[in-house]
Design a binder for this molecule. Sequence first.
Ligand SMILES: NC(=O)c1ccc[n+]([C@@H]2O[C@H](COP(=O)([O-])OP(=O)(O)OC[C@H]3O[C@@H](n4cnc5c(N)ncnc54)[C@H](O)[C@@H]3O)[C@@H](O)[C@H]2O)c1
Length: 262
Amino acid sequence: MNAISNAALADRAIAVTGAARGIGAGIVEAVLEAGGRAVLLDLDADAAAETARRLDSDGSRTLAVAADVTDDASLDRAVAAARERFGRLQGWVNNAGIIRMAQAQDITADAWDLELAVNSRGVLLGSQAAYRAFAGKGGAIVNVASNAGKVGFPSMAAYNASKAAVINLTRSLAQEWAGEAINVNAVCPGSVATPMLHEVADALAKSGAGDAAALFAGMVPAQLGRHVEPLEIGRIVAFLLSDAAIVIRGQAINADGGDTPY
Ligand SMILES: NC(=O)c1ccc[n+]([C@@H]2O[C@H](COP(=O)([O-])OP(=O)(O)OC[C@H]3O[C@@H](n4cnc5c(N)ncnc54)[C@H](O)[C@@H]3O)[C@@H](O)[C@H]2O)c1
């Protein structure tokens, strides 16, 4: 028995949306570490290909594909490319997301619709693509929600609502698809050192809250005393994709350094 066949995701093909950078790239790294193969889906196909090269220098265990999670047809094209390369998919991570900071009274209908389209509808469309890609033989889906979907932070009403929808959708999908051997869970990160967290600090700085670098440095969970790293979220996601997590179903697990107690 070689080392790979002992690994939790031995040779399983796992699709990760929003995989070009940040948490998505951390999830790809953890999937490879666990012996899996990764399909990197992102709006930015060049950045996804660059991340694939960084994590898998000979390209034998990764495939980077352009995809927009708000567009069914683009997800189907990505799945077709993945199946041609790796065969049936056995795991899917709905990670792609966006944030648009605005006070509640200033959120436009268009901004609300865009945030919900990517963060919530994108998770439904991604999960449906996964359902088809599992080809009736089961698999595991992990949705990247947020502690914002439980707690709710100021100037993020649309984001908060979009992530609450993901948490609830996770429960529905877990119940409806249990009979098809599909396990569905969500992870709720917080304070992860990524470009998105910099975007939040920059937006707060623009609204007069202080210096962007100082704001970013201050966004650390009190119990942990530092930012959470993308690979740390990735390893939790890789566990939830594995058979060892089979008794964890429909859950939304906090991974925010202890900030959210429920
Ligand atoms: N950073 C944090 O502290 C934090 C906390 C909680 C939850 N999250 C969630 O984790 C996920 C990843 O966040 P991140 O911080 O790595 O963000 P990021 O902005 O650094 O990376 C997001 C990636 O998603 C891609 N993307 C955006 N829209 C897309 C679309 N329509 N289709 C395909 N790809 C698309 C982007 O191109 C980018 O590569 C998001 O769902 C986010 O809401 C992040």
